[in-house]
Structures are given as C-alpha cells and as structure tokens.
Design a protein around this ligand. Structure first.
Ligand SMILES: *Cc1c(COP(=O)(O)O)cnc(C)c1O
Length: 435
C-alpha cells in the first residue's frame, strides 16, 4: 500500500511508516493512492461472511502485501470480538457501533490500530511510548486498543475532574501497559504537554515516542468495514442507500467514502453536526471557516476545525459541487438533540445517545426535504455510542434508569490508578525520563 500526503510536500510512504509516524512532516494527512472496487466475488459471498471474515477480505484488498495474510487475519480476529447489529427503528435502521469494550464506535478504529502497530513493532527491540491527551472518549478507546499489546507503553493525560466518572474509570483501571496521568489543569494543558514532549530533543533521544491520533490512517481503514457490514444486513439491497453519520472530526464519514470507492452502492452520505457547524456552513456557502468549538450534549462532536476535512477536499479535488454530489449536511442544537432522544424513545421505545440523536434528526430532515418515501429507501443512522455513557443527559429526558451492561459494570467496579501532576513540562519530562 502506497500513501501520499494531502499537502504533497512529503515523500510517499508505505503503510508501516504511515502508521508509525501518524502524520507526514508537511502537516498534511496520509491518503492511499488506490482505493479500488472490491472484486465481484467478494460481493457474491458477502451474505456468508462473518464480521471478521468480511473485515479480513476488505483489509487484504486495501493493504495488499504490507502484512502477511495470516498476520492480518489474526489482527482482525483479535480486534473484532463483538458485533455491529443493524436495528430497525421507526422508518430507518440504526447501526449500533457501541458493542465494543468502551461502548463507542472508536473501538473499531483503535483496536485495529493497536494491533497493527504491535505487528509493525515486533522484533524491533525498541519499546514505543504512545502519548495521548484526552478529554474523555479517545483515551478509553486508545487504552483498550493497546492494552497488553507487546512492545508498547501508553501514557494518557487527562484534565483532573473534567472527564465523566465512567470515562475516567475506563482508562484508569486497566493497569498493565497503560498509565494514566491526572493533570491539574485543562484539556489544552494536557495537549500542550504532549506536543512539547514530541518536540523535546533530549526526550526523543532517550525514548521512542508515538501518537495514536485520530488522523492516523490505521484508524480510518477499519472504519470502512462496518459500512459494508450494515449493507450485508439489509433485507432489500436494491433500494437507494443513505448513511447519516454523527460527525466531529469527520473520520467516520471519510471512512464511509472509502467504502463507497470500494464499490458500496451509497447514494448519498449525510453529515450530521451539532452546533459545531463548520462543515454544514461549508456545504451551504462553500466557505470553510474553522472556529473555536462550543460545548454541546454530543460532546465527542465538539470540533471547530475538523481534521479530516483535508482528506475530503483531497478526494473531491477541492470542488464544492463534487462534495455536494456525495455528501449533504445538517446541524442541530442541544434542544433539538434532546427532543430527538425523547421523541424516538416515546414513539419507538428506542434509546439513543445524544450523538446518535443528531444523526437520526439529519436522516429525517433529509428524507423530508427530498420528498422521499422511507419505505423505498435504506436509511441507515450510525449509532456512535451507548446511551448509558451519557446517562446524565439521557435519563432525565426519559425519566427512567438505563440498564448498565455487564462489561461496563466490571469497569466501574475496578480500582482507579493514576498519577497526579501539575501542568508543568519539566515535571512531565522528568517523569518520562525516569520511567
Ligand atoms: C468521536 C465521536 C464522534 C465523531 O466522530 P468523527 O469520526 O470524529 O467524526 C461521534 N460520536 C461519538 C460518540 C464519538 O466518540
């Protein structure tokens, strides 16, 4: 697999280099040269494949000879030991992507990336230190994705008292190769400490540092698999196909565009934004104007400068009309998001997290605006997180308690282990040097 930088100022790389470095030096993003249609044989057999069989075939098709097939198969088998069921909810279907260990769709990307990096680092004799700053969800997905991966140590920095209790438990109770540092400061302080560490010469001479950032291509590739898995589960595959994707950094939606390039017959992708509406405004006006993020109920989508916008522009040659042919966009505020959760619960007895609600609203508006008959389309809403993760938002709306899944119960009962630190780079550096 050969990859280029969207800024075209850095050399082409193979998959190993793209995964281990994360970002090209010119500050672009890595993109594969070729995303070709899957062979007819694949589509003919799709109905017979399990998730892992399907994922293996797609991964092999995309990645080619960069990894021996027995190794690739092992990575996929280990990463995907949970399902992604398609559930009928009213006129549409919801693809539940929250059945992994951290109850959010980021498990699909992080578990694949963790194992892929583990493979590339095997026999390397060097221990790699992954540093991650998190405001909540990324930390837990990365921690679980890399848990017990040989040769890798993960350090997670998070702002003390500013992540939810469940989120904190998800990355502080694991132990093994995962260390959590509680910073007496903000998320920005955490991010700044990580950035300084990557730039520090002395640290980089002593340690091999790496990031598990969401823009790593290793997180995007596996997110294309479940779009095809949703299609596999449809009763009538001949109807026009639409996906509504709750979006923040647009990694999820970009992966759907990859799936389309591989031959998935998507009529249109629907980008669903909360009040962080930079992409919706671009869609409406043609102007892309990043701004500071605002806090909403769907906080994993609070992004003011979506990083994968560069990949979307690259795929459609910076042409607004090309983008509009593939994607449409809507945005919703918190009041609409809350009403959406309530209405779908009352009408269909189905509970959504705030992110999924934004996606459901967008699907509904798209169908209404285009005068479509929901009976004659396949409208699929991606559900990105389990509602229990947002219990404080959701429970008052439905005036009931949410049942806590067993895999979460065992996390909640675990013992928190963390190191408290001031937001000082000298302190952080000394700690890393003495590890
Ligand atoms: C990360 C996240 C999103 C946004 O996904 P992007 O790929 O950044 O667009 C949506 N919902 C949840 C629950 C998330 O954790």
């Amino acid at each position: 697999m050969k990859l280029y930088s969207t800024k075209h100022q850095s050399p082409d790389v193979d998959l190993k280099e793209a995964v281990l470095t994360g970002l090209p030096a010119d500050n672009g993003l890595y993109m594969p040269y070729e995303i070709n249609p899957l062979p007819q044989k694949f589509w003919d057999h799709l109905d017979d494949y399990s998730y892992t069989e399907m994922a293996f075939h797609i991964a092999q098709h995309l990645i080619g000879d960069d990894i021996p097939s027995t190794e690739l198969n092992k990575i996929v088998q280990e990463a995907y030991n949970f399902d992604a069921p398609l559930i009928e909810v009213g006129d549409y279907s919801v693809l539940e992507l929250y059945h992994g260990p951290t109850l959010a769709f980021k498990d699909f990307g992080a578990r694949f990336m963790g194992r892929l990096m583990g493979y590339f680092l095997r026999n390397n004799n060097k221990e790699v230190n992954i540093l991650v700053a998190t405001s909540g969800d990324t930390g837990s997905a990365v921690a679980h994705g890399f848990l017990n991966v040989e040769g890798i140590k993960v350090t997670i920095l998070y702002p003390k008292g500013k992540v939810s209790a469940i989120q904190e438990k998800q990355f502080t109770t694991l132990g093994a190769n995962i260390t959590a540092i509680e910073i007496d400061g903000t998320f920005d302080d955490c991010q700044s400490l990580v950035k300084q560490a990557f730039l520090d010469k002395e640290l980089n001479e002593k340690l091999t540092l790496s990031s598990a950032n969401s823009i790593n291509i290793a997180r995007l590739i596996p997110q294309s698999f479940y779009y095809i898995y949703a299609y596999k589960q449809l009763d009538d595959k001949t109807l026009p196909l639409y996906f509504s994707v709750p979006s923040g950094n647009f990694g999820n939606l970009t992966a759907g565009l990859f799936a389309k390039k591989m031959g998935l017959p998507v009529t249109k992708m629907i980008a669903a934004n909360n009040s962080n509406d930079v992409f919706t405004l671009y869609y409406e006006t043609g102007r892309f104007e990043p701004k500071s993020s605002v806090t909403t109920l769907s906080n994993a989508m609070d992004v003011g400068n979506p990083s994968n916008f560069a990949r979307i522009m690259d795929m459609y040659d910076n042409h607004l009309e090309n983008v509009r042919n593939e994607i449409t966009a809507y945005c919703y505020n918190d009041e609409q998001t809350a009403d959406g959760i309530k209405k779908v619960f009352e009408d269909f007895n189905y509970l959504m997290c705030p992110h999924t609600s934004v996606g459901y609203l967008a699907m509904d508006e798209f169908v209404y605006e285009n005068d479509l008959n929901p009976l004659y389309i396949n409208g699929i809403v991606l559900s990105t997180a389990h509602p229990v993760k947002f219990g404080d938002v959701v429970e008052p709306l439905i005036q009931a308690h949410i049942h806590i899944p067993d895999r979460l119960k065992s996390i909640i009962s675990g013992k928190k282990q963390s190191i408290t630190m001031s937001p000082s780079f000298d302190v952080f550096k000394t700690w890393l040097m003495n590890k």
